[in-house]
Design a protein around this ligand. Structure first.
Ligand code: BGC
Length: 376
């Protein structure tokens, strides 16, 4: 069980954070971005079999609109599928309405990256009743009924974050750590946390590092993350030596507070967004985690293509791994891809793989830093 600090209620009052939710968390679509296939209707306006895809949010991470959407569109097209990719903008009612619309239109498969397990579960049940198979995308719906899941090794993501922070604080006996975690309703956030603790807990227990506070942030709300961090920092007399931030958006909010307080300490992140990579090159953020979302999109598209034909044997051949759903007490056939730790030394990897372009990252003060890192 993860420990939680009930400290959010008082946060925010009087804390005027000049946080630009977008600025801290923006990314442009990657170079490979396809055009939107905004066709509607169960019949295939684009010529392919119709598949519905619902993404959860835009504000929690630049990944959803910047990477997932264009990469899913492209991958589905390559499989002869016509994907209608929509975003629920963090609104569970909108998520359900979008799903209802797609079910009515008669999509052949529904791919869902849910805001929380409850809404994901409800949608999967409705889809199943209409004979439409669902695939859980990136986030597993606990207690849900989707037959397949596509994601990353999310415990490993947390391990990479924990290990990077441990490396960055090596030799700093008793270094003080604050943890700003993802949404308590997102199973991934739990897995990230578990992975981090595999590395950090023994160090806390031994007194090598000192945990100041750990807090899960509702809805991955970046601004709330920044406010919470500021409150913890103040309570701790303005002292912190390192921060676990669960993704680049939260890291950006934390860095804004650190700067305001004249501090620069190692901060983790995730998603390899343009803003995150810039912060890594500047040395404001120690690391980010690169998750090759193109592979995730391709796996989802291949699974969708098999399921659209009713080829479950084919789908089983693709989803050869397993993810445990502890709530539903079942192993869900999965594709779980491998994440990679990115520090100043290997930012180039993300750019070479065309997730972000050098032009997006190497702007203004970052341009000379790119040159030094061999990025052009
Ligand atoms: C995803 C992360 C993302 C976070 C906030 C998680 O479920 O795996 O990549 O940063 O949600 O959107």
């Amino acid at each position: 069980m993860r420990s939680k600090t009930l400290a959010l209620a008082a946060v925010g009052a009087g804390v005027a954070l000049a946080l630009t939710a977008c600025g801290a968390n923006s990314a442009n679509p990657p170079a490979s971005s396809g055009t939107s296939s905004a066709s509607t209707g169960g019949s295939s306006a684009g010529g392919g079999t119709k598949v519905g895809v619902i993404l959860p949010e835009t504000a929690t991470s630049a990944r959803w609109e910047g990477f997932d959407k264009p990469m899913i569109q492209e991958a589905m097209k390559a499989q002869g599928l016509d994907a209608d990719v929509q975003n629920a903008q963090g609104d569970v009612t909108k998520f359900t309405t979008l799903a209802d619309g797609m079910i009515t239109q008669g999509v052949k498969v529904l791919v869902i990256a849910s805001i929380n397990s409850e809404v994901g579960k409800t949608v999967a049940t409705k889809a199943a009743a209409a004979g439409i198979p669902t695939i859980d995308y990136d986030r597993l719906n606990l207690g849900g009924s989707s037959k397949y899941y596509v994601s990353f090794d999310n415990t490993k993501v947390g391990e990479l974050q924990g290990q990077a922070l441990a490396d960055a604080l090596k030799g700093k006996q008793g270094a003080q750590v604050i943890e700003i975690e993802g949404a308590p309703t997102d199973n991934n956030a739990t897995l990230f946390y578990n992975g981090q603790q595999k590395i950090l807990k023994p160090l806390y227990d031994a007194g090598t590092l000192k945990l100041v506070k750990s807090q899960a942030i509702d809805g991955w709300d970046n601004q709330k993350g920044g406010n919470t961090f500021e409150q913890f920092l103040t309570q701790n007399g303005g002292k912190v030596d390192g921060v676990v931030a669960a993704n680049d958006g939260l890291a950006g909010a934390v860095i804004t507070v650190l700067k305001k307080n004249g501090l620069k300490v190692p901060v983790t992140g995730q998603d390899a967004t343009a803003a995150g990579l810039q912060a890594v090159l500047r040395g404001d953020q120690y690391m980010t985690v690169f998750k090759p979302i193109k592979q995730e999109a391709e796996a989802a598209a291949k699974l969708a293509a098999a399921l659209a034909k009713g080829d479950t044997a084919g789908a089983d051949k693709i989803a050869t791994q397993k993810e445990k759903d502890p709530t539903g007490n079942r192993d869900v056939p999965s594709v779980l891809l491998t994440p990679q730790s990115i520090t100043k030394d290997n930012v180039k990897v993300v750019i070479d793989q065309k997730y972000v372009t050098a032009a997006e990252v190497c702007t203004g003060d970052v341009a000379p830093l790119c040159q030094a890192a061999g990025i052009s």
